[in-house]
Design a protein. Sequence first.
Length: 562
Amino acid sequence: MPKARSCLPAIILVFMVCITVGAQQPKIYWADEVPKGWNGKWQAKFLTIPEKTDYARTTSTLDLQEFVDTLKWNSENIGVINVFTSALRKVAPAIVLANPRITSPQEAVRSGKPVIFIEGNIHPAEPEGTEAILMAMREILFGSHKQLLDNQIVIFLPIFNVDGTDTFTTQDGTPHIVGQRTNAAGLDLNRDAVKLESIEATGLYQNVLNRWDPVLLVDLHLMGRVNHGYANTYATCTVPTAHPAPRGYVWDKLFPAVREAVRKDFGLETFTHCLFDESRWPPTEWSHDRAIWSNEAKFIVNDYGLRNRMAIITETPGHPAFERRIYAQYAYVLALLEFTNVHGKEMQKVCKDADDDTVARVREKAESGELRNWVAGKYESWGKIDLLAYRTNVTAFLPGTSVRATAPGSASGPPEVIHDVEHMTKPVGTRDATVPRGYLIPADLQDLAAKLRAHNIRVQTLDKPMKAVGEEFIVDRMSKLRPANMTALEGGFFGPTTRDFAAGTYFVDLAQPMANAAFYYLEPQAADGFVGWGLLDNCLRSLGVDQHPVVYPIFKFRTEAK
């Protein structure tokens, strides 16, 4: 992240300027407001389910397939990827928009154009992202935004959680019927980025992220009932372990530019994905932590940043009308794609430079033990900001119904401007560890090696014995942390020491662009790496960790013994 002095001028609120009466200032839309006719006029075959039902319904997986089929029959700029087939035998299509048409990662590489990936419905109870994606695809292919395919390839995954989408439940407000948050196995797919336990996350990583290597990943979400005054909020990867350049570019350059474009072109105010303490007025802190945006890798956006790539999450507030929430995501997607269409080459260079720097640092400093990186972090303040906020946002039953909505006079109209609020979004490391030249993993941990490969990390197999110099971690105690039942290890490193490893041992050479991810996953005390998610529990118990100290089975390799 940038220093506060360089970041704050770009992000301090200019709300008072924007709402000043005058012909030169854009109209700002608040609460449920949207511009009249914002989604244009389309033939019936191009209408989305919300448009056909006055925003009472959302798109099912069958509706999606029919919509994609219509696009294919009317445009030559579409390719379709079947990302996975779910546990309930539903296919998740990703749609590749390119001019000329691109049908493979190899063609994408040859084009030289950056790949931008945008997904919706990872949580089907948050469906506005899906609907915004469908409208954006329609606009790019047949509307006034065809130029957005001039300099980039855009891959849309409208419905990630296909099984959850079609597991319907009723809700207050619109749409009246939505899918459930989890997949068919009850897993939250936005907590599966490290462990890759689900069919869905594994398919996404192997068939899209690994093969197409998007320079930017965007994940569209919805919050609950909140008291802030923004139409949409955003965050980027905040794992301190990640290379700072890609996330710094997003924070310093992309976020301020897109925020201004959304205000100017769509009349919406957006800001960082945070919440404040609603029990205190006026608020004093605007915090990622309060919005459950921790700096751990469990979220797909945070995990993707470990690859030296850019990543964004957006979250609309949950209480406005469905049409307003779709409009907010639609506005952000189009403004973002305008930015990437112009700056995509620059973004590619930032990521390529981060790859090169990651490899160079390992080669230059890891063998001597000089290289260190973070395994845990926290948020500090960038400084004070002005904030848009409402004093109240309460529910009330609509007269004559059993449906709750926002009470009159609550969270409507222009919000208040609160001054001098601490902007608690700066990720800083709190605990670090030595970055080795590589890791040596026992041959019987083949599932762990497969998991690393699923993350696009290169794993070799020793074809002959090796005598290695490095460090061992002595586990004094293994415990489970509530409420998520995460594994935590107490102990410390011992070394340098020399050990013999047999042929067949797995070797992860960290002189690769995925070094930061491999380090985070394999370090015994990383906040939520493979240890945290319990992937080594059985191995450690077999070694006797419940009875006495044991040696962590993964060896931190520095060099071969002479």
